[in-house]
Design a protein around this ligand. Structure first.
Ligand code: ZN
Length: 466
């Protein structure tokens, strides 16, 4: 009997963690962090012994799919990890960043607690940079290539297929023997939105009896990419022509590289007014370096006009600012700057400094290109805050505020349906990685359009496959 239990991304979009068990072998698919309202769940002990997991297969490097791996290792996991080479490189950057943020946050809280005499009650960070180092140094990592079949253990094999979501992303087809029959189960990870910007399109899945599928946008359609790009270009051109500046809070992985591709194509075609583009995010710069080193995995469009130095993302107006001093130096530029900085939801990072310096000026524009979760500064601004508080100072919002939808790295309802439609032999569909409302809608649509019954997976629920 094959069993799957899910320890995250059940009726929510973070914390992906599924354990597939067959013939006494335990195979974990992703070990992600809970983010936003559910982040306290990261503190909970795993509901299984980490030492009992034999293999961990990673779909992609987003924090909500890899963020609890150092905790897993710290608490006894000694198995093998499988991830594409690009996913492994990106995961190192993302996990180290996460560990540093948690450690710095702990130091700040520790000082405050010390002053109150409550330091012993303080919760320790989930893990520290040293735990991340151990994750990569003491655990055996193997880097499967796309579309190649690998034997995992006796009777179990797998293949990674390109999910077109972020660099290195994959959905995983896992095959196993049961009662002398071969069965396949697919874990979708996050599947891509075929926008043709940076990542190639989502690969086809030929056949599987069971499917665990993400449903982030199971109830929604994205607006067409051409319209999205036009909206983005219009704001840039108008603001720069009025001698203003454009501030873009951006996520370091994928979104930033998409923006760089769009801006470079504007530059090449002469649409970009004279300006300086600053990528003011050390993490986005590191992620861009990884993207560049896997240039052959990116779309041809993204690789067009590759400069003589072989770089995919460079163009003359683009400046990467590494040091805090270089970042502060941007403040001296009075007009015609485009500043891309983190964090993506503005709850910290260099973007908050740029808001302080520019959001009070009506010549400037703030362009949101990603989801802003409840409780973040980004959400406050998107919802029309007239004043924001930055570093204890109240600042008036006079810059124009724009929300550009459609740059999502996730497939929308039509995209997920089109992908599932092509999977032959499918009998069981399990919905994960989506808000429950979205999943209920998608479950109905799946029945209506493909006559498939789907089950919305619950936390720790034991699913028997055959
Ligand atoms: Zn993802």
């Amino acid at each position: 009997m094959a069993i799957v239990r899910s320890y995250g991304a059940t009726k929510e979009v973070t914390g992906s963690c599924h354990v597939f068990e067959v013939g006494g072998v335990k195979i974990m698919i992703d070990c992600g962090m809970f983010q936003g309202e559910d982040e306290d769940k990261n503190e909970d002990a795993f509901y299984f012994d980490p030492a009992s997991i034999d293999y961990l297969l990673i779909t992609h490097a987003h924090l909500d799919h890899v963020g609890r791996i150092p905790k897993l290792v710290k608490e006894g996991f000694k198995g093998k990890i499988y991830a594409t080479s690009a996913t492994m490189d990106l995961a190192q950057i993302i996990l180290m960043d996460s560990a540093k943020i948690m450690s710095e946050d702990f130091q700040t809280r520790y000082k405050k607690a010390l002053r109150k005499g409550r330091e012993t009650k303080l919760k320790k960070p989930l893990y520290e940079p040293l735990d991340v180092e151990k994750t990569f140094q003491t655990i055996e990592w193997t880097n499967p290539e796309y579309d190649k079949y690998y034997d995992l253990c006796e009777g179990v094999s797998f293949v990674y297929r390109n999910a077109g979501h972020i660099l290195g992303s994959a959905f995983i087809e896992l095959s196993y023997m049961q009662d002398s029959d071969s069965h396949t189960i697919v874990f979708s990870g996050d599947i891509g939105n075929d926008n043709g910007l940076v990542m190639p399109n989502l690969n086809k899945c030929d056949a599987s009896q069971a499917l665990y599928v993400e449903t982030t946008y199971g109830n929604r359609e994205h607006q067409p990419i051409d319209l999205t790009i036009k909206e983005f270009k219009d704001v840039i051109v108008e603001t720069l022509n009025n001698h203003g500046n454009v501030l873009i809070p951006s996520f370091a992985v994928e979104r930033t590289q998409e923006l760089l591709c769009i801006l470079r194509s504007m530059y090449e075609s002469g649409e970009l007014p004279k300006c300086k583009v600053f990528l003011d995010s050390p993490m986005a710069t590191k992620a861009t370096t990884v993207y560049r080193s896997y240039a052959d995995e990116l779309t041809n469009k993204c690789q067009e006009n590759v400069k003589e130095d072989g770089s995919v993302f460079n163009f003359d107006s683009l400046v990467y600012t590494e040091t805090p001093e270089a970042s502060k130096g941007i403040n001296d530029i009075k007009s015609r700057a485009i500043i891309i900085a983190g964090s993506g939801m503005c709850n910290g990072g260099r973007i908050t400094h740029h808001f302080k310096h520019r959001i009070w000026d009506k010549r400037n524009a703030v362009v949101f290109v990603g989801f802003q979760a409840a409780g973040t500064l980004g959400r406050e601004i998107v919802e029309g805050a007239k004043w924001i508080n930055i570093f204890g100072e109240d600042i008036i919002v006079k810059a124009s505020i724009h929300t550009i939808n459609g740059l999502s790295a996730h497939a929308d309802q039509d995209g997920i349906l089109a992908w599932i439609r092509k999977i032959k032999d499918l009998k069981k569909v399990f919905l994960v990685h989506g808000e429950e409302e979205s999943q209920k809608v998608f479950k109905n649509v799946l029945k209506e359009k493909l006559n498939l019954d789907a089950h919305i997976v619950g936390f720790k629920e034991k699913i028997l496959l055959d």
